[in-house]
Design a protein around this ligand. Structure first.
Ligand code: TYM
Length: 344
């Protein structure tokens, strides 16, 4: 029997930040460690998605390459035979499948996507493109082309994974079992070993998520930040006037965010971190500990980044892109047959 597929993608519109790392990169690396040999793992760069929000196009190609290196520095073992890395635009079936799926997607369905509504507000009217509007369809193709059941993503992308599941079910009802249906949100959480989806907040505006498409340098920890400067961002993080530490994202989003970051970076259960801090230690003690954790994490990652063997990475990329082109083309051909574009 084919192995079940775990798949995730990270745009290369800019460098990665701590939210990307904790929401998607580290869960994927942990899943690889846990399930080596038992599952297939696809970790790719959806480069076509990268300009759903404005980018510097002259830098995109190199940024994609740089971001692939981060996967490896973060601990992704590219020697594992069941692990595949690739760039979306190098596999044309993604775009073709997106067109077909788009013809089975309602306008209203896309209009309800909260991420679209959020981003549309932040990028401003002049930059609300059709690409931003319908990218969940391209994302569904990314998932369905490889029969992925498991899709670890941060909280902001959960609704899109649910859409991939909905469209797979819809197409299967109409055309027979053409797609593997991704698991529902609850099972995805359990599989990733989480009780709730990860949403890392801005250090400055903790009501908002940490994001690279919003100009918020003081609130965002980029993985390339100087470790000392990043630690200072934590020390200056916005908290509140309650004066007592609690994990309560509604009433105390700033301190809750710091508790959350500490639990993830130290790989400890949230309850253990809460047990040490909640109602006991001061805001400054919490900030200092988080600042140290962030500083050590960045220093370690940046040191590893310097040791990446670029030639090996590029060889792996070429081999995997060829292998994935075959898988994606086979799925696409099946779909082309059932919709009447190719002989059955
Ligand atoms: P993107 O590139 O915006 O983000 C990449 C991953 O990082 C997670 N993330 C966060 N997690 C926690 N807290 C945050 N503040 C935070 N910010 C970002 C995202 O949830 C995501 O997991 N459309 C997707 C990329 C994509 C994809 C796919 C993902 C394209 N095709 C197929 C999975 C499967 C996106 O724009 O993510």
């Amino acid at each position: 029997m084919d192995k079940e597929v775990i798949l995730t993608g990270l745009r290369s519109n800019s460098e990665f930040h701590l939210g990307n790392y904790l929401g998607a990169i580290s869960p994927m690396v942990n899943l690889q460690k846990k399930h080596a040999g038992k599952y297939q793992l696809n970790m790719f760069v959806p480069d076509l998605h990268s300009f759903t929000t404005p980018v510097e196009h002259g830098k995109l190609y190199e940024q994609t390459h740089q971001n692939l290196k981060i996967f490896v520095a973060a601990g992704l073992e590219i020697d594992q035979p069941d692990t595949f890395i690739y760039r979306q635009s190098f596999i044309p079936a993604h775009s073709e499948m997106a067109w077909i799926l788009g013809c089975f997607t309602g306008f209203g369905e896309m209009s309800r996507m909260t991420e679209f509504k959020d981003k549309a507000q932040t990028v401003g009217a002049a930059h609300i493109t059709l690409g931003l509007f319908n990218y969940p369809i391209l994302m569904a193709s990314d998932i369905l082309l490889y029969g992925a059941k498991w899709v670890p993503v941060g909280e902001d992308q959960r609704q899109h994974v649910e859409f991939a599941r909905d469209i797979a079910i819809r197409m299967n009802r109409k055309f027979g079992d053409i797609f593997v249906v991704p698991e529902d949100n609850k099972k995805q959480m359990a599989f990733a070993g989480r009780s709730q989806p990860v949403r890392i907040r801005s250090l400055r505006n903790p009501d908002r998520k940490m994001s690279k498409s919003i100009g918020d340098p003081a609130g965002t920890i980029m993985l390339s930040d100087n470790p000392d400067e990043a630690a200072n961002k934590v020390i200056s993080a916005t908290t509140d006037s309650v004066g007592v530490i609690n994990l309560d994202f509604d009433k105390q989003p700033g301190v809750s965010n710091l508790l959350q970051i500490l639990a993830h970076l130290s790989n400890k259960p949230q309850t253990e971190i809460n047990g040490r801090f909640v109602g006991k230690l001061s805001y400054s003690q919490l900030k200092e500990e988080v600042a140290d954790a962030v500083k050590n994490f960045l220093a370690d990652l940046q040191t590893k980044l310097l040791t990446i063997d670029d030639h090996k990475l590029m060889r792996k990329l070429a081999v995997d892109e060829e292998a994935m082109r075959q898988v994606a083309s086979a799925t696409l051909l099946n779909v082309q047959k059932v919709v009447g574009l190719r002989p059955a």
